[in-house]
Design a protein around this ligand. Sequence first.
Ligand SMILES: *Cc1c(COP(=O)(O)O)cnc(C)c1O
Length: 237
Amino acid sequence: MITYEDFLIRVAEVRAKIAEACRVAGRDPAEVALLAVTKTHPAVAAEYAARCGLAAVGENRVQEAVEKRPLVSASAPGLRWELIGHLQSNKAKLAVQTFDRVQSVDSEKLLNHLDRAAGESGKTLGVLLQINAGNDPAKFGAEPGDASKLLEVALAKTHLRIEGLMTIAPLGANPAEGAELAVRTFGNLRTIRDELAGRFGVPLRELSMGMSGDLAAAVAAGSTVVRVGTALFGGRS
Ligand SMILES: *Cc1c(COP(=O)(O)O)cnc(C)c1O
C-alpha cells in the first residue's frame, strides 16, 4: 500500500488530468466527480480517500465492501460507498444494506430485487443503469437496444432513484484501438442518455464513464463520474 503522501500526489495528478480535459471540452471541473476505486486494496485506501476530501469510493464486490466498510466507519463517517461491479439478484439485499448507490444495474430482475430490498430497509436507493455501450461480449450491462425498456421499468420503482447511466469501454487489442473504442463507447452512452432523457422527460444527470486509462476521453464526452483505481492507488495484485 502506498503512503498517504504518495496518494496525495496521485490525487493531484488525476485532478490535473480531469481539469485539462475539462478545459479542452469547455466544461467546469466541478461537474466531474472523482470516485476512488478501492477494490483489492486494504480498508485504509478508503480512509485516504475520505481524508483528502473525496466524497465516495467504489468497490466491485459486495462481500469485500461488507468487510471493509465497518473498519473505516468511525474514521470516515461521511464517506459514501458505491457498487461498480456486477451484482447477482440474490445479493441485492446485502448490497442495499452496504452501499449508498449501485452503478451496475443491468436487468429487470435486479431492479425488482433492489426495489424490494430498499423498501424493506426503508430507504430510497440511488442507482445507475449499466449499459454495454461498447457492445462488448465480455462486458456486463444491458444492451443499448434494451435500455429504453429497462429505464421504463426502473422509473416505475418507488424505492429506487434513477440518477443516470454507467458504462465500461471494451479493452482494445492495442492502445490505439483501445483509445478509439473508448471514444466510440463514451459517445454512444452520451447519445443514449440524451435520447432517453428526452423521451422519458427525466434528467439522467449522471454519466459514469472513464477509468485510469481513458478518463480524458470520457470527460470530453460528458462524463460526470470518473472511476479511478490504478492511477490513485497503484496496480492491483
Ligand atoms: C476496477 C474498476 C475501475 C477502475 O479501473 P482502473 O483502471 O484501476 O482505474 C473502474 N470501473 C470499474 C467498473 C472497475 O471494476
